[in-house]
Design a binder for this molecule. Sequence first.
Ligand SMILES: [Zn+2]
Length: 266
Amino acid sequence: MYDFSRCKLCATNAASPTYKLKKTTVYACAACGFHFIDHLDTMPSGTSGDASPALDQKAWDYIEGKLPANGNQLRQNLLLVKRHLSLSGTHCLDIGAGAGLFAHLLAEAGASVHGIEPQGVFREFAQRKFGIELNGETIDARHWQEGFAGYFDLVTLWDVLEHVNFPAETLRNAYNVTKPGGWLFLDTPRRDALFYRIGEWSYRASGGTNPLFLESLYSPLPFRHKQMFTLRQLLQLVETIGFSVVRVHSSPFRPQNKIVLVCRKP
Ligand SMILES: [Zn+2]
């Protein structure tokens, strides 16, 4: 059982319950300012014994219905990647591959692609829709850390860091499987955004009864949002791990605000 007074970012015992939402509580760290909720996912055990629900017609229609919107974003992400490297012949790893669309786009661009997706229902979709075999073992598994150490030219984490149990560990593991000179691309919601600050202000002003947007930004359900970074926290983390930051895209004012980072392993 994890002690949530221990900060998931700086590992000091300086975190305390700060925003009590309907279904979860946001802890804030007094030492580094990190925000995270009091919930961790129980990870399914790799490709076998996965207790995920089956991919029935309803699940298929749901996932397929979301593809166009997700596809637009992922095509933008692909353009960003292509601005920095030529994909043909590269080894790529998409962590948190979901329905497999980005892995599919990478393969179309001539890359040799691996993908990680812990939810069996998405892996099955990716297999049937795109013919892509995603792996259910998460990036901390020996399969990746020993079998693919320093291997990938490109590692992507699209909308992953806010979902995983321990984002610093995920980034460290991503670093380990990246080749020297290889690239890491990621995006994640930005906490030091105007709408989040308004939510914090409203929570305090209402004595905790009206957290506004904070309520919808976090969830204790499996694979939902567990933490959000400020731009400064995330930059500091990737640099501490060893990446060089090549490019940052972010604006604190748009509601659908994200941090997009382009990083390189020296
Ligand atoms: Zn901290």
